[in-house]
Write a new protein. Structure first.
Ligand code: GRF
Length: 201
């Protein structure tokens, strides 16, 4: 296990189902007082009161803050929340609000997002969730994948850290593509976060 000094404290931001958030928490938080892989998820931030991610995170012992759009865009409120938990890094995992400029500035180089396509393809406004996979199928793509990237003020436009691809068959539906992409996310995202946080190891 890493010494406490190198242990990073992660906040995961999520809006919906939370399969990625759950997978990340399971990877880093192995149990009471015993984080592994050099980091611990110490906070989940969610902007949708009924989202499934809330119960998933709480069941794994991670506190959840439910924020309104107004609070999310308020620098004093959000920085107070993040500083109260001594957050080192933010991971966006299916988070649907645009991140305000004060947060990209304060967490410059310390905030990443996962996007369910091979950016720059199928990124930008309106490209989230099932919409992405429908667009991939409609375009007749033969492959798709995932992109993990730094968060900048440009929607889906920050530096790319990692990509992985999967074939798309001519008979695949958007739901089929989504299943393949979720499998990639499950297989790669937590370890990509760990390597990003501790690049020399
Ligand atoms: C994932 O496909 C992720 O890539 C995208 O939104 C989806 C969230 O799924 N940004 P979940 O909430 O983690 O299940």
């Amino acid at each position: 296990m890493k010494s406490d000094a190198s242990m990073k404290r992660i906040a995961v931001f999520a809006s919906g189902n939370g399969s990625n958030a759950e997978n990340i928490i399971r990877y880093f938080n192995t149990g009471a007082g015993a984080p592994s892989h050099g980091a611990e998820v110490v906070l989940v931030v969610c902007n949708r009161p009924g989202a499934a991610v809330i119960d998933k995170a709480r069941a794994l012992g991670v506190p959840v803050s439910i924020v309104t759009r107004e609070m999310f865009n308020d620098e004093a409120s959000m920085m107070a929340l993040l500083e109260s938990r001594a957050i080192d890094a933010i991971v966006l995992a299916g988070f649907l609000l645009m991140v305000p400029p004060f947060m990209t500035a304060r967490f410059s180089g310390r905030m990443i997002n996962i996007h369910p396509s091979l950016l720059p393809k199928f990124g930008g406004k309106g490209m989230y969730g099932r919409h992405v996979h429908e667009a991939v199928v409609a375009a007749g793509e033969t492959e798709t994948g995932i992109t993990v990237h730094l968060v900048s003020d440009h929607c889906d436009g920050g530096d790319i850290i990692f990509q992985a691809s999967t074939p798309v068959a001519p008979t695949d539906t958007a739901a089929d593509v989504e299943t393949k992409v979720h499998a990639l996310e499950r297989a790669h995202f937590p370890a990509v976060i760990a390597r990003w946080l501790h690049p020399s190891e």
